[in-house]
Design a binder for this molecule. Structure first.
Ligand SMILES: C[S@@+](CC[C@H](N)C(=O)[O-])C[C@H]1O[C@@H](n2cnc3c(N)ncnc32)[C@H](O)[C@@H]1O
Length: 232
């Protein structure tokens, strides 16, 4: 893994085995906030939110969600999975941006997920399973997640986490009023999502490459000031 600076000042990495970046080089922090957390929490407005983070990677999505949940005082239960065990063990000293490291005790969280697979604080719970996401999905019950962050490597590098069988699994585990967020705007991925029964929205934030939002119920989506959604 090679660390890289992204344009918003946050640090991400490049993975040699997958030949891919963990985040958009325009900004790891901005990608996590504006393609996943902000749109998802805008739509899902509940006191207790259950989230599936696919996959943990450097932990931006899960950790920023913990920060966000503390600030808006909602209870979150995050389930994540990661197959790269060396990566999970290497995150103790990862140079996270201050918005994460100032608000969270990172070494305590990383220690808890490496040793016990779970970190708990008074209104948050983060469980990180070590292994393959596809196997993990088979253990999950139907209709339990309010939010899914679909954040595997790109479809060409990580195809098993972008195919029809994967999206059918996501359809089963997502609540009827739930949302899936992803950085991908690829037409073939949107077509697969539609074939599985999802409503598909284009998601536009600033100069970032568009992302997508998938829902079972298209009526739950309305626009934000900074993010524009349009039904595809
Ligand atoms: C784009 S990165 C995730 C970035 C992460 N969400 C973040 O916020 O930092 C993709 C991650 O998926 C993991 N991965 C790829 N295929 C997987 C699989 N089949 N099961 C579990 N993890 C997988 C990779 O090891 C990598 O860490």
């Amino acid at each position: 893994m090679k660390l890289i600076y992204t344009a918003d000042g946050s640090i991400s990495a490049y993975n040699d085995a997958y030949n891919d970046y963990y985040h958009d080089r325009k900004g790891a922090l901005f990608e996590s906030i504006y393609k996943h957390i902000y749109p998802a929490f805008h739509i899902i407005n509940k006191p207790h939110i259950r989230i599936l983070d696919l996959c943990f990677g450097l932990g931006y999505n899960s950790l920023l969600t913990l920060v966000f949940a503390k600030r808006i005082n909602v209870q979150v239960e995050i389930y994540s999975v990661e197959s790269d065990l060396l990566l999970l063990e290497s995150l103790y000293n990862f140079p996270y941006p201050k918005i994460i490291s100032n608000y969270l005790d990172i070494s305590n969280i990383i220690k808890a997920i490496n040793n016990d697979m779970v970190f708990m604080d008074y209104n948050v719970k983060l469980s990180v399973f070590r292994g393959d996401a596809i196997d993990f999905l088979h253990f999950l019950k139907d209709c339990i997640f309010d939010i899914v962050y679909q954040d595997a490597f790109s479809p060409s590098k990580n195809p098993l986490l972008w195919n029809k069988s994967h999206f059918l699994s996501l359809y089963e585990i997502l609540c009827n009023q739930g949302v899936i967020t992803t950085y991908s705007s690829a037409q073939h991925i949107r077509n697969i999502a539609k074939e599985c029964g999802f409503g598909v929205f284009d998601m536009k934030f600033n100069s970032f490459k568009n992302g997508s939002l998938f829902t079972k119920n298209i009526n739950i989506v309305d626009n934000l000031d900074s993010i524009e959604f349009s039904l595809c």
